[in-house]
Design a protein around this ligand. Structure first.
Ligand SMILES: [Zn+2]
Length: 151
């Protein structure tokens, strides 16, 4: 049961990471801006995610809006702005380099894949405990049900 959950997390993490990678790549070519009301907006461009808030009436007037267009800055997108920048106040912004979000999803996902990697025959498929030389119904190390032992 716990193992199934880990498997779901692993696949969900893979999908999210692939999606973020595609968005990151896409942000070199296109920009995407979206906002809520007059005061909040997010913007994705040149490998960076902006979160902005402002005093009312400085942003477009629609309740919720979004738009995308060809990025006018085609160069130096990937690592443009290596560090997170921010200005916090009544109005301000936070700029997050998109690769850091990618790491945030990709590292745990990669670890889950590594942890659940296929094992050699005779070893427990979950923890790698050596099951050869004895017949076990469950792994004595981690309790995983053993499919075939001693074959
Ligand atoms: Zn085990």
């Amino acid at each position: 049961m716990k193992h199934e959950l880990a498997s779901k997390c692993r696949w969900a993490g893979t999908v999210v990471t692939a999606l973020w990678l595609a968005i990151w790549m896409g942000s070199a070519r296109w920009t995407c801006d979206a906002g809520l009301g007059r005061s909040y907006a997010v913007s994705l461009r040149s490998g960076r995610l902006w979160v902005l808030w402002d005093e009312p009436a400085r942003l477009p007037t629609a309740e919720a809006w979004w738009e995308w267009q060809v990025n006018p800055q085609k160069v130096q997108w990937a690592f443009a702005g290596r560090r997170t920048q921010w200005h916090l106040g009544r109005y301000g912004y936070v700029v997050i380099p998109f690769w850091s979000l990618l790491l945030l999803g990709g590292v745990p996902t990669g670890w889950l894949w590594y942890r659940d990697r296929p094992r050699s025959p005779g070893l427990c498929s979950r923890c790698g405990y050596d099951l050869r030389g004895a017949r076990h119904a469950v792994c004595p190390e981690c309790g995983a049900v053993v499919a075939r032992v001693g074959v």
